[in-house]
Structures are given as structure tokens and as C-alpha cells.
Write a protein that binds this ligand. Structure first.
Ligand SMILES: [Zn+2]
Length: 77
């Protein structure tokens, strides 16, 4: 049987507990960095018909208003 002093057992307990928390945390932190998408252009449009503002993440040539469904002329802003 392995002889372990009380101080060593307490130290070992805290080291193992800290590693059980820190290792998954670092792993998921690194995984999250890999999953971030590169910058994609998002344009802000204002509907000509209902005047609601919306974002067009796909940067389409003719943006469509999600509120009224109308097609808008592309803006240069
Ligand atoms: Zn609209």
C-alpha cells in the first residue's frame, strides 16, 4: 500500500480538482476560438415601403424586407 501523508493527500486532492475544472475549460476555450467565423459583411438596410430597418447578412443584390416582404433597391450606405 502507498503511504501518503495528510498534507500530500490534501495537495493532491486540490491539484486533481483544479485540473478537472481547468482542462475542460481550456479545451472548450480553444474549441470556441476555432469555431468563430471569419468576418462576413452585414449591411443595414431601411425598407422603402414600411421604413423598418433590417440587417442583410447574406449581402444580396436585392435585399428583401423581413417585415413586409418587399424587395428594395440596394443602398450604398
Ligand atoms: Zn418593409
Amino acid at each position: 500500500m502507498i503511504q501518503v501523508s495528510l498534507e500530500s493527500a490534501i495537495t493532491l486532492y486540490f491539484v486533481i480538482t483544479t485540473l478537472m475544472i481547468a482542462l475542460p475549460w481550456v479545451y472548450f476555450l480553444l474549441l470556441k476560438k476555432k469555431r468563430t467565423k471569419p468576418f462576413s459583411p452585414v449591411k443595414l438596410h431601411r425598407c422603402e415601403y414600411c421604413l423598418s430597418s433590417f440587417l442583410d447578412a447574406e449581402a444580396r443584390k436585392i435585399p428583401r424586407c423581413p417585415t413586409c416582404g418587399s424587395y428594395n433597391t440596394p443602398s450604398n450606405s
